[in-house]
Design a protein around this ligand. Structure first.
Ligand code: PLP
Length: 466
């Protein structure tokens, strides 16, 4: 492909995306294909000769779109959002065009320095503690997902708790980790991967608001100590996946300090809310955390994947991951004057993800991003009000931000049927969870293009189907 052909195909591709976004409300939100249906439409064998670009684009419409669940639809209320924006798409396109592999500072200084800079910006934008900034002893790094960030935090905590010997010698004692029954499943996964063992993760009981009970945490730690085990890691959640419950981080942090246990705060979805000063209360206590993460790819208009992971002591993180074979030796690294982000996570290679964040922050400005968060939170509060005012429905959990957990009062069977009917209509997409053993519908409002009229229509549909 010559540069001129690229220009032409590129224009067609951007046009295709723009048209998709213009027409997105026409598609059923949840894909309606059966397993194997998309594969059956694909050519059995790859082409021997190259094909015209137009043919490839045409198959996007004919073959791929029917199998897409439309995450960018304004009527997508499922899970948590994975919202994107045109600015982020273009930033990612530039990253692809540059084709940079930023494992070392020396392999593209701008890739490292823009990342350090934008992650420092975000500390100020979210009102996070200064100890997470690169100018002190801490720093931030972009990971693919919150799951990876939690794994890195757990590994760094494991090394700190064992005098940085486990990497070399393997696990030689029973290490125990703590998180709530409502925490994300990635914690158990990480404990398995880290050799800690899933069975050594204690799932701590929660209160009526689904938030971790510090007294139960304290008891679990004491019990493990009595049994000769080594408590080393606590993960508190700010905005749980089921219901956006917010763990009492100040009380948990006090226990971690007393027990010399690493505190990680997982704010994958909710963290973006702290762009708004009036919502920064969600981060109370984070100033005592050893590590913290949030996902701009959930609620900050930055397309997947992008998790921002911060540590208070980057030395410990780097000591956990650093391995230097001869072929990666270089003067910049030896000088100690640069960050080599390969030492801040599991993979060696890394994409230039900071570009899309930089594009997003510059395009919208902090005020522009706040306006999105405020709109979503306002709409969720309004929706919660409608639920509370209808005798047939009830709220199933507090609504601190943009997720409403609610149910029909008639019980699980009715709620399951309601959920299935709504999703089959194609006009919106909701998912469910269980709270206190009971089925609950979740309506998460965080789409880049979601406006009041979409939420109003969703409520009308819910009432009509009920
Ligand atoms: C979504 C979510 C995760 C996992 O996110 P990934 O980035 O997909 O790994 C972890 N924790 C919480 C609280 C979440 O909401």
């Amino acid at each position: 492909m010559t540069p001129d052909q690229f220009r032409d195909a590129g224009r067609q591709t951007i046009d295709w995306i723009a048209r998709y976004l213009e027409e997105i409300e026409r598609y059923p939100v949840l894909a309606r294909v059966a397993p194997g249906e998309i594969r059956r439409r694909l050519a059995e064998r790859p082409p021997d000769q190259g094909q015209p670009f137009e043919a490839i684009l045409r198959d996007l419409d004919d073959v791929i779109l029917p199998g897409i669940t439309h995450w960018q639809s304004p009527n997508f209320f499922a899970y948590f959002p994975a919202n994107a924006s045109p600015a982020a798409v273009l930033g990612d396109l530039v990253s692809a065009g540059l084709g940079v592999q930023g494992m070392l500072w020396a392999t593209s200084p701008a890739c490292t320095e823009l990342e350090t800079h934008v992650l420092d910006w975000l500390v100020d934008m979210l009102g996070l503690p200064a100890r997470f900034k690169s100018s002190g002893s801490g720093g931030g790094v972009i990971q693919d997902t919150a799951s990876s960030a939690s794994l890195c935090a757990l590994l760094a905590a494991r090394e700190r708790a064992t005098g940085f010997r486990t990497n070399d010698a393997g696990v030689d004692r029973v290490l125990t980790a703590y998180t709530s029954t409502q925490a994300h499943s990635s914690l158990e996964k990480a404990a398995g991967v880290a050799g800690v063992g899933r069975r050594n993760v204690r799932l701590i009981d929660v209160d009526a608001a689904q938030a971790m009970r510090p007294d139960a945490l304290e008891r679990a730690i004491a019990e493990d100590r009595r049994a000769g085990r080594t408590p080393f890691f606590v993960c508190a959640t700010v905005g749980t996946t089921s219901s956006t419950a917010i763990d009492p981080v100040p009380a948990i942090a006090e226990i971690c300090r007393r027990e010399s246990v690493w505190l990680h705060v997982d704010a994958a979805h909710a963290g973006s809310a702290a762009l708004c000063p009036e919502l920064r209360w969600i981060h109370a206590g984070v100033e005592h955390a050893d590590s913290y993460c949030f996902n701009p790819h959930k609620w900050m208009l930055t397309n997947f994947d992008c998790d921002c992971f911060y540590v208070a002591d980057r030395g410990g993180l780097i000591a956990t991951f650093s391995v230097t074979p001869e072929y990666l030796r270089n003067p910049a690294t030896e000088s100690g004057a640069v960050f080599d982000y390969r030492d801040w996570h599991v993979p060696l290679g890394r994409r230039f993800r900071a570009l899309k964040l930089w594009f997003v922050i510059r395009h919208y400005g902090v005020e522009g991003l706040r306006a999105h968060i405020r709109r979503h939170v306002g709409l969720a509060q309004e929706f919660a009000g409608w639920v509370a005012a209808d005798d047939r429905f009830e709220l199933a959990a507090p609504v601190p931000l943009n997720l409403v957990c609610f149910r029909h009062v008639a019980g699980d069977e009715t709620n399951q049927r309601l959920l299935d009917d709504l999703n089959a209509s194609g006009r919106l997409y909701l998912t469910h969870t269980r709270l206190g053993g009971r089925l609950v519908l979740r309506l998460a409002i965080g789409g880049t293009y979601t406006e009041r009229r979409h939420v109003e229509t969703a409520w009308q549909l819910i009432r009509k189907q009920a």
